[in-house]
Design a protein around this ligand. Sequence first.
Ligand code: ATP
Ligand code: MG
Length: 446
Amino acid sequence: MRLSRYFLPLLKETPASAEIASHRFMLRAGMVKQHSAGIYSWLPLGYKVMRKIEQIVREEQNRAGAVEMLMPTIQPAELWRESDRYDDYGKEMLRITDRSGRELLYGPTNEEMLTDVFRTFVRSYKELPQLLYHIQWKFRDEVRPRFGVMRGREFLMKDAYSFDIDMDAAVVSYNKMFIAYLNTFARMGLKAVPMRADTGPIGGDLSHEFLILADTGESEVFCHADLVDMPAPGLDVDFETDLQSLVDERTSLYARTDEMHDKAAFEAEVPEDKRLTARGIEVGHIFCFGDKYSKSMGAKVMGPDGREHFAQMGSYGVGVSRLVGGIIEASHDEAGIIWPKSVAPFGAGILNLRVGDEACDKVCEDIYSKLGTAGIDPLYDDKPDRGGVKFSRMDLIGLPYQIIVGPRGLKDGIVEVKDRKTGERQNLSPDAAVKFITAQFADMSI
Ligand code: ATP
Ligand code: MG
């Protein structure tokens, strides 16, 4: 992409309303535009990052054996009356009436709707387990939308739902999502810690929240420090094998948010030098709630014993749009965002310090075309601005690598390559620069 043709409306001033780094940088870097509290347009740069995050979530859901589908954003109120949640959900639910007086709502989650799909089509235990997901917009009329996309009213969520014949099988599905989540967040360069969670209005007993540690997080967390450094299970996990020991390894150490915190247990279970108290951002939440919805909505299947059983269910959410902000909270400096390679909107920026100079233009075009061919998706700053403007703009939008091309270097046949994260700079020939950057993207393992 050539910057001269891109839509990147950067802000010079930091809007006063933005309280945290991610919100400030997302506005300044032209990633989103707010229209109403908690309702945003995703501008090209922000949208590109969100799509990358979404794709990682999708790949890890698929790897775990979940199957993608799509449910609507608008749901009929009757479904929620069946589960008894229509009134319980309260003011967070945006209720809508259509022209013929039918009550509808903008879905805040989809347990009822997928239970309805399931009960329509699935009759026998032989068709189980089922693990289905979609990535769809949700609306929750939050009391306090804030921190930009972190707590929006309209937001993008991946939500998966599992259906099993009994509780043992339901735990197998739960474990698949638990492991898939750790890999998902690790691929985005995040250290997400699973914490024992309250099951809240969704109900049930087995539940974990996944939190990334950040000073600006809304939850207070208490955990064993070793959990933070525990490596992700890895992309080679076989989801058809028993995952219980992998899950146990990560749930046996104390980790809870303020809602579930028990000071006495924390002090008894965790040695003093390992007690970590911090703040965290919830990026995922998984629940196993058994027959809460299948019972109220009559989702039954025939079991091997010839009798009908209510499906045992779980649901599993990832905050896709929240992650855009969450990743920035975890990875930035004073100058701007530092995107992990896996979610960066462009792989590298090419800075032409003298647009119009024959040698500079030629080398930049050549690098641009070669990086494009190598699949790096470069952003070429071909605008006629001063060097200083280009440097701070590129630092702000946070692409992992910058190739700086100026007439002085080119006299000696070199360009400068800057690593946005470490700040390291090296002088290389244009071809070596292309090779170096391409090599950095070759290994994306976690
Ligand atoms: P929270 O405790 O932050 O309000 P929740 O428990 O209501 O979240 P879930 O119903 O578990 O959220 O939703 C699954 C995921 O969706 C959450 O882990 C979070 O990442 C994301 N999410 C929830 N509410 C919002 C919101 N208002 N804006 C952006 N993302 C959200
Ligand atoms: Mg939650």
